[in-house]
Design a protein around this ligand. Structure first.
Ligand SMILES: CC(C)(COP(=O)(O)OP(=O)(O)OC[C@H]1O[C@@H](n2cnc3c(N)ncnc32)[C@H](O)[C@@H]1OP(=O)(O)O)[C@@H](O)C(=O)NCCC(=O)NCCS
Length: 180
């Protein structure tokens, strides 16, 4: 089934189950390769097992929601994950208040099914889950080079609140040496 024949009414967004896990690890691999870029690489068996275990644990954790998007003639076409992160305020003024954030991770929609609103449909369920648990904010990380993600998140109201920077040790050393 190609995107041209996609019918929104056929789309099922549901909580992931045990049987979905192998396909979800395949999505995670595609996502990692999408972010890293070429060359294509193969996941270690040991890592596949570890990812399967992490996803299986998420299925039975009340603070975690793993959803999948499914189409009758195409099978699974996407996944999305949210977990609740709790932090105790560090300031006296905050008292015993516990701050809650919804961390979004492992977002993938199969390339043939993008820009059809499938991710938005999954996000709607993640938000309902977060709201039910009194979570007022959503947080996620993405690579600046990931243009699709950048466009999608900005469109949905996410604003960049921090920057992760990286440099080769040799370059930093060179700069330091040049300044001395
Ligand atoms: C990012 C991704 C999940 C979006 O999924 P999707 O199902 O295509 O998204 P939707 O169709 O629900 O679109 C959501 C919004 O983002 C916008 N959008 C989606 N892809 C876009 C793109 N490539 N360029 C510009 N805007 C885009 C849509 O227009 C929509 O806004 P609108 O409702 O105002 O039109 C999908 O492109 C993907 O899987 N990318 C590769 C994996 C990835 O980058 N994951 C995120 C890592 S943090």
């Amino acid at each position: 089934m190609a995107a041209e024949t996609y019918n929104r009414d056929d789309l099922i967004i549901r909580k992931a189950g045990e049987d979905d896990l192998p396909a979800l690890v395949d999505f995670q691999v595609k996502l990692a390769l999408h972010v890293a870029g070429p060359p294509a690489q193969k996941l270690k068996k040991k890592e596949r097992k570890r990812l399967l275990e992490i996803l299986a644990a998420a299925l039975i954790d009340n603070d975690k929601l793993l959803v999948v998007a499914e189409l009758p003639n195409a099978g699974l076409v996407g996944m999305a994950y949210l977990y609740i992160w709790r932090s105790q305020g560090i300031w006296e003024q905050a008292g015993d208040h516990v701050f809650k954030s919804g961390i979004i991770d492992d977002i993938w929609v199969e390339p043939d099914f993008r820009k059809l609103g499938i991710f938005s449909a999954m996000l709607t369920q993640l938000i309902a889950f977060a709201e039910k648990r009194g979570v007022p904010e959503l947080i996620l990380e993405y690579a600046i080079s990931n243009k699709e993600a950048d466009a999608t998140w900005k469109r949905l109201g996410f604003q960049v609140t921090g920057v992760r920077a990286a440099a080769f040790t040799s370059v930093v050393k060179e700069k330091l040496d040049a300044g001395t």
